[in-house]
Ligand binder design. Structure first.
Ligand code: ADA
Length: 588
């Protein structure tokens, strides 16, 4: 399963995941020993491979004829793909999808080999030993699709605003041309019942980034390479701003979703299609407020890692849904996908359940030296491009975030933040952006964002009273250039506890102490007038890399409200009491 709904009615698609593949590790005690692994999955969940960091070969077979497009939703963290022993593509980045395309396959069975690497090293700037575990393997779904030479890459729908009960909407469709010659096609779009047609569109050929399009087609001459960083050349078709009436808005309490469908025709014949889903909703910043459809929202959120003892980061849909049900039970309305783009199934579920999302690119706590890695900029920007191209339509996503707790107090760091935030603005003007800072009164990047966000741990990492610390910080943000008058979010608060450890003395790591600290933090933050909301660190306990284990009992970051098996700790009831007592909107 790659999405929670059908994305093609016409394009022939088969899932290559949800089955066993052959897997052979290349180093260590198990080197050269072939075994079966479930895809999607992480190799650390198998006996003998629990700590395996290195390269491994995944192999399977598929039956096809003609052009194939294989979509990998996530391989952790570097992949090289071969079809019938021929190298097709490579991709770095565990948390975004990529495609491997090959034309003209003969009818029959073909071999697919994926060489996967989860080792650390300079070439992988975003994966460093960290306060969470970076697993190895084909960790998200894989699909095999039969495509014509020209196929639809994505559809982006931007709901702009609602005027007189009519929604103004813009639609863009990206088409890719796998062949060596330009092709002419018609593209028809159906959006919430409204139809649009773009005739005789010239789709530029691979590696030939020029299009000669008639002005009347309203087609922008933009290559994916320049804007979205896609591999193949193609054409971006932009609609006029259209108006749609009689539709329901997407909101937290009534998350209504609509479908958009694009079909591609050549000489009148249907060649390809793509279906995606979106919602009519507007997110905007107005002074200190964050407005959803004009109403000021109160974020009651959790930071969540994709982690589970049975599945690593490859969490099955039913277990994701269970996490979301627990969050709903607690009264939460928001998730921060800390610290990377999430599996799209999770985003689909958030859309369906009315849960708002802060999605961020992949980076946690990178130091100045780590940001100066020669690969850092390119790799971090690639995650942004892929995340935004792939997740653009999710109405649940209301904030794009970047670079959690990196060097935002240094000039060099500021340059990186600036470039990445400018890139986000270039790609999507319809959502605000932010980053989670830990640079207490030293951050120099607050002018670059729409929303100021801070991770704070008073009473846990230091003993300053919460209100005092928060107020001190907020007043500094108001004095500091750039932060003044913007919405202010506490993107992390938290305290650790080991499930089942009780202490009437409120000893460190006891459930009692965690409950006491979090109550103080949450009460102060949620009653602080100028604070737009909070994301608790964190939803569940997670495995950490061995380099971090010294400060993390059980090799876990134990600040979860539930433990790694989702068993509620004492604090669960307290958070539930506080979150449930607060409305979703601040204007009630
Ligand atoms: C940081 C960081 C988290 C986690 C947390 C903690 O704020 O963003 O990833 O490491 O601290 O538990 O200390």
């Amino acid at each position: 399963m790659l999405r929670t709904f059908t994305t093609h009615k016409y394009r022939k698609t088969v899932e290559l995941s949800d089955k066993l593949w052959d897997f052979t590790p290349e180093q260590g005690n198990e080197a050269g020993i072939k075994r079966k692994l479930w895809v999607p999955g992480c190799w650390e969940n198998y006996p003998g491979l629990e700590n395996y960091r290195g390269t491994g070969i995944y192999e399977t077979e598929f039956e096809a004829e003609g052009n194939v497009r294989i979509e990998f939703k996530g391989v952790s963290h570097f992949a090289k793909v071969f079809i019938d022993e021929e190298f097709i593509t490579e991709h770095y980045g565990s948390y975004t999808a990529f495609e491997a395309c090959k034309g003209g396959l003969s009818a029959g069975v073909h071999k697919l080999r994926v060489e996967v690497d989860n080792s650390y090293g300079e070439k992988y700037a975003l994966d460093v030993p960290n306060d969470y575990y970076s697993y190895g393997g084909i960790s998200r779904g894989v699909s095999l699709e039969s495509v014509p030479d020209v196929y639809i890459q994505w559809i982006h729908v931007t709901p702009l605003e609602k005027v007189d009960n009519k929604w103004k909407v813009k639609v863009e469709v990206a088409c890719t041309n796998m062949s060596e010659t330009p092709q002419k096609c018609d593209v028809e779009i159906t959006l919430a019942g409204k139809q649009m047609k773009f005739s005789d569109i010239r789709i530029s050929a691979k590696k030939n980034l020029k299009c000669d399009l008639k002005k009347s087609d309203r087609v922008d001459d933009v290559s994916f390479e320049n804007v979205w960083g896609m591999e193949n050349a193609g054409t971006l078709i932009c609609s006029e701003v259209i108006e749609i009436s009689d539709v329901e808005e997407w909101c937290m309490e009534n998350p209504v979703l609509y479908y958009v469908e694009a079909v591609l025709k050549k000489d009148g014949e249907l060649m390809d299609d793509l279906v995606d889903r979106f919602g009519f909703r507007k997110i905007e910043v107005e002074g200190k407020k964050l407005l959803l459809n004009g109403r000021s929202i109160q974020i009651k959120g959790f930071c969540r890692h994709e982690d589970h003892p049975h599945y690593g980061c490859a969490i099955p849909a039913s277990a994701m849904q269970h996490d979301l049900q627990l969050m709903k039970d607690i009264g939460a309305n928001a998730v921060r996908t800390s610290h990377y783009p999430n599996d799209e199934i999770f985003l689909d579920l958030c859309d369906e359940m009315g849960i708002i999302v802060w999605e961020e690119n992949h980076a946690r706590g990178l130091s100045l030296e780590q940001m100066q890695n020669p690969y850092f900029e390119e790799q971090a920007e690639q995650v942004i491009r892929e995340m935004m191209a792939q997740h653009y339509n999710h109405p649940g996503i209301i904030i794009w975030g970047i670079l959690n707790e990196c060097a935002s107090e240094m000039e060099y760091g500021r340059e990186c933040y600036k470039k990445q935030l400018e890139l986000i603005k270039e790609l999507d003007k319809s959502r605000p952006c932010s980053f989670a800072s830990c640079k207490f009164k030293t951050d120099i990047c607050l002018d670059l964002v729409d929303i100021v966000s801070y991770n704070i741990y008073p009473q846990w990492y230091h003993s300053t009273p919460v209100w005092e610390y928060l107020d001190d910080l907020y007043q500094w943000v108001q004095d500091e250039k750039g932060g003044k008058g913007k919405p202010f979010i506490i993107s992390e608060i938290g305290a650790g506890a080991i499930y089942g450890f009780h202490s009437s003395a409120y000893d460190m790591w006891s459930e009692e102490l965690q409950r006491e600290i979090l109550e103080k933090q949450l009460t102060a933050v949620t009653s602080y007038e100028d604070c737009t909301g909070v994301f608790i660190w964190q939803f569940c306990d997670v495995r950490v890399c061995k380099e971090w284990a010294m400060h993390r009992p059980k090799s876990r970051n134990n600040k979860g409200i539930v433990d790694e098996y989702r068993r509620p700790k004492l604090v669960y009831g307290k958070v539930k009491e506080i979150y449930r007592s607060l409305p979703d909107y601040r204007d009630l």
